[in-house]
Design a protein around this ligand. Structure first.
Ligand code: C5P
Length: 396
């Protein structure tokens, strides 16, 4: 659970996307958050307060003059109790109110009275989004330190297509989780590789490594959450791209090498998480190799370039981090690799501890010695790794 103990006040305003806010409440609660919902009167025309009450387990407020609030201070109490105020969906009208400091209903009043950060997920017709007044209001909100998430482009309830849809509840959840992460890598550029590579023998066969890509994708997500500008070069995997990460898909080690070397010199950090094939067939057959009854065809192998070592050998290389997945003698092999590739940090793991699963056990090896990270979900380990890298960079 990634939001354990976090108190979130969710403001729902009037728009058809209000029905998606119900799913959002469920997702937030599943991650351990305590959710308090406040609605505008308009929102109650789309979804009833009872729905949010049942999902959040808390009384839902929409009326500024609600007699259930003994001190008549719902607008103060609801924001004082929150770690973050999230408005989803945020209508054009509501954003205009907040941008101008209006307080004419419970939700706009508690927004003005808040002493916690504000996140808004706009949702409106594309023409309303493009309107100069809305854009002016969004710029004002950003200038006031409000985090604007979305909107997304796509089909709209009115039948038009364009920018203005609320981003999906899963993506809002990801943004809320990211919001709470320390910004260890703010302003840094980070490039990493993930997944296996595939070296073709013929059009339907090839040599590859077992790698789900999960660890690399977790590191990409953790780095993005920590404020880095992340580019992920990945081999063939079926993982969803973390929000805000620039993804480049490749197949072979040579392609991965090319994409990485084009970008490496301008990066602050490079992390090689990919399980790159060490050898590739010298040539790939143009047509499928047929079984013709004679001896098995020989496959001549040649070595692939060592991407990590090549990045580390640049005239002024980024801070380089490697991974070493070993089946035995982890500390000895990992330290040898760190020395051979001339990199400041290598992350070791024993293969039986986390192949393809969601959890892993890691040991970090650097100039200061070794530091074991207890078994944990890959995203948790990735966040610890990012914090460790940030610390090493700071004390370099
Ligand atoms: O050399 P070895 O494969 O054991 O080292 C593993 C580390 O080197 C990983 O970080 C991996 O991503 C990187 N590597 C690479 N290019 C290769 C082989 C490994 O970047 N051709």
């Amino acid at each position: 659970m990634e939001l354990t103990g976090k108190r979130i006040t969710l403001g729902v305003t009037g728009g058809i996307a209000a029905y998606k806010a119900a799913e959002l409440v469920r997702l937030l609660i599943k991650q351990g958050a305590r959710v308090q919902v406040a609605m505008t009167e308009a929102a109650t025309h789309f979804v009833t307060p009872v729905t949010f009450q049942a999902l959040s387990g808390n009384t839902v407020f929409s009326d500024q003059w609600d007699p259930r609030v003994a001190n008549n201070m719902a607008h103060i109490d609801l924001s004082r109790d929150a770690d973050v105020l999230l408005i989803a969906p945020a209508s054009a009208d509501f954003l205009a109110k907040v941008a101008n400091g209006l307080a004419d209903n419970l939700l706009s009043t508690l927004t003005l009275a808040r002493d916690c950060p504000l996140l808004v997920a706009p949702a409106m017709n594309r023409q309303m989004w493009e309107n100069a007044a809305t854009q002016r209001n969004i710029a004002t909100l950003r200038g006031d330190g409000v985090t604007v998430i979305g909107p997304a482009r796509g089909e709209q309830a009115c039948g038009e297509t364009g920018l203005g849809r609320m981003i999906e509840p899963e993506d809002i959840l990801a943004e809320v989780i990211a919001f709470f992460q320390p910004k260890h890598l703010a302003g840094k550029k980070l490039l990493l590789t993930a997944g296996p590579t595939f070296e073709a023998i013929d059009p339907v066969r090839g040599i590859t490594n077992l790698s789900s890509g999960k660890m690399g994708f977790a590191v990409a997500r953790a780095a993005q959450e920590a404020g880095a500008e992340v580019t992920l070069v990945c081999g063939p995997v079926s993982q969803p791209t973390p929000r805000g990460v620039m993804r480049i898909d490749v197949i072979s080690a040579l392609e991965m090498h090319t994409e990485v070397m084009q970008r490496a010199a301008t990066q602050d950090i490079f992390i090689g998480v990919a399980a790159v094939a060490d050898y590739r067939p010298a040539t790939a057959a143009e047509h499928k190799i047929k079984k013709d009854g004679s001896a098995a065809p020989p496959i001549e192998l040649v070595q692939t370039p060592d991407i990590l070592a090549d990045v580390a050998a640049l005239p002024s290389p980024p801070f380089c981090v490697g991974f070493a997945a070993e089946s035995q003698n982890l500390a000895e092999y990992a330290q040898k690799k760190r020395a051979a590739k001339k990199i400041p940090l290598i992350v070791g793991n024993l293969i039986q501890d986390g192949f393809g699963g969601d959890n892993n056990t890691l040991i970090l090896f650097d100039d200061n010695g070794q530091r074991p990270l207890s078994p944990a979900p890959k995203i948790e380990l990735a966040r610890q790794l990012v914090a460790h890298i940030a610390n090493l960079l700071e004390n370099r």
